[in-house]
Write a protein that binds this ligand. Structure first.
Ligand code: HEC
Ligand code: HEC
Length: 431
């Protein structure tokens, strides 16, 4: 074996450091989360006990709702059958469209390293992980992303990304690897280009070593610069697809309900049960936030503003469809490595209409406590603000062919808080 050069060993130890640091940060996040979770359970229990005795001024107060008075809120038969669709979790992933490297261990490890590779960016400083930070559910905590310049959109989380069918808030990419190539080239994100990426990374030993492990031989020198970058994006996609989240308090509650396990159900906060009933009932949230990942994978208008500046708009799905259709890296193109007819058909048959103006992909509702602020432009800072924006929706803000599903909700303060408590239980619990 060749002696590693100082450069390579430096890179290697840097990588190990990043990995170690990442793991530590992850552990830290997990611990904080556990404390927060425990804290919120303790807090809500003590708050409940308090409110049954006295108000803040010491006077006796009435219980806030009938549900709280009864010993324990349960779901009725209709609600029970509705919650069955939110699992099982983790969900089995659909195929990774067009990615022949998916599921191969060497590609996943290479992708993980490339996720932290600044050489993919034009100025050699920006990595995917700058914006997609593990401790924040792979977001950055900012309203809109900051790369080589300021984005008009909020950074999407990457946990459970393998469950999606269209990528980007506007569905502008039809595969995970195309959505991973796009940021490298975007002049507001990493501002890289094929020649520079290739010049810097083609000779990298760690890439050659990883590729040497591919069961199907890959001849690097036969790939042009573009094909080389596509290969890297497929390895990154193979990695991000492994970011699968575990069971949440809600998942455990759902199982307890389906198994008629009353003790199990009692582990779940009462306020969250009340919130769940609103979610499934009068608020109709489950119509779009549907299925194990709380997303129907489709695009809707929820009345959020689409102005991004004076005279400038972000039309959402309306541009997404145009982008995906003309993208040379879409599933119809020559880089589709699996050639699945059904996957290509989705791109061939997507049609553009006025109705697509101002539509965004229904986001997952998992991991919300890690991924604030919310919606495509990060304009809602807290979950309470999201709930308020639905409850106080102005139907006139919905575009001409807008969603008839959404109308103002008569939810009082306590009901809104219950809905928030429910949403909070969709973040991973650590056992
Ligand atoms: C400057 C911050 C920034 C950087 C750097 C960045 N991203 Fe993103 N990422 C975003 C934003 C913003 C979006 C939403 C984009 C949109 O809707 O068009 C996004 C969306 C995505 C999506 C789609 C997620 C979904 O739910 O559909 C994937 C996948 C992704 N990024 C992967 C990557 C990878 C891989 C890299 C590195 C090669 C990367 N990103 C670098 C900000 C960033
Ligand atoms: C008509 C379909 C639809 C309905 C009904 C609906 N949503 Fe949404 N939801 C969406 C879409 C689309 C977005 C993204 C909007 C955007 O980015 O501007 C969204 C965004 C969100 C977000 C922000 C998530 C994030 O990661 O940024 C939350 C939280 C949320 N919805 C909760 C709810 C709740 C609670 C209800 C019921 C009160 C509800 N939704 C009803 C489609 C819907």
């Amino acid at each position: 074996m060749m002696e590693p050069t100082t450069q390579a060993s430096k890179v290697h130890s840097h990588y190990l450091y990043i990995k170690l640091k990442q793991n530590l940060m992850w552990l830290y996040a997990v611990k904080t989360l556990r404390i927060l979770l425990l804290g919120s359970v303790l807090f809500s229990t003590s708050a409940n006990t308090q409110s049954q005795k006295t108000g803040s001024d010491g006077s006796p107060v009435a219980a806030t709702s009938a549900a709280e008075q009864s010993s324990f809120a349960t779901l009725n038969a209709a609600e029970k059958s509705l919650i069955a669709v939110f699992g099982p979790w983790p969900k089995e992933l659909p195929p990774d469209a067009g990615n022949e490297l998916s599921g191969q261990h060497w590609a996943e490890s290479l992708g993980q390293r490339l996720f932290h590779e600044p050489a993919l960016s034009g100025d050699g400083k920006i990595t995917c992980a700058n914006c997609h930070q593990a401790t924040k559910g792979f977001t950055d905590g900012l309203p809109t992303a900051k790369g080589t310049s300021t984005h008009v959109r909020n950074t999407q989380g990457l946990l459970d990304i393998g469950t999606q069918r269209w990528f980007g808030w506007d569905g502008g990419a039809d595969s995970l690897w195309a959505a991973s190539l796009r940021p490298m080239l975007s002049d507001i994100e990493m501002n890289g280009d094929f020649t520079t990426i290739s010049k810097r990374l083609r000779k990298e030993q760690y890439i050659a070593d990883a590729i040497a492990q591919s069961p199907t031989p890959i001849a690097l020198d036969e790939l042009d610069n573009e094909a080389f970058a596509v290969l890297l994006s497929k390895a990154i996609a193979a990695y991000t697809r492994t970011l699968v989240s575990g069971q949440t308090p809600f998942d455990q509650y759902r199982l307890a309900v389906l198994n008629n396990d009353v003790d199990g159900q009692k582990q779940y906060p009462q306020a969250a049960i009340r919130g769940l009933k609103i979610f499934l009932g009068e608020a109709n949230c489950h119509v779009c936030h549907f299925g194990p990942n709380f997303s129907n994978g489709e695009f809707h208008d929820t009345g959020r503003p689409f102005f991004t500046g004076v005279g400038q708009v972000d039309p959402g799905r309306y541009t997404g469809i145009q982008r995906v259709r003309k993208d040379v890296f879409n599933l119809q193109g020559k880089y589709n490595g699996t050639g699945e007819a059904a996957e290509i058909r989705k791109t061939q048959t997507v049609t553009l209409g006025q109705v697509n103006f101002g539509q965004w992909r229904t986001p997952t509702l998992r991991h919300l406590t890690l991924t604030a602020p919310y919606t495509h432009d990060g304009s809602l800072r807290t979950l309470r603000e999201v709930v308020d924006s639905y409850a106080d929706i102005n139907p006139e803000r919905l575009h001409a062919q807008g969603e008839s599903l959404l109308k103002p909700l008569s939810l009082d303060n306590a009901a809104r808080e219950d809905l928030v408590r429910f949403l909070e239980t969709l973040t991973v619990s650590i056992q």
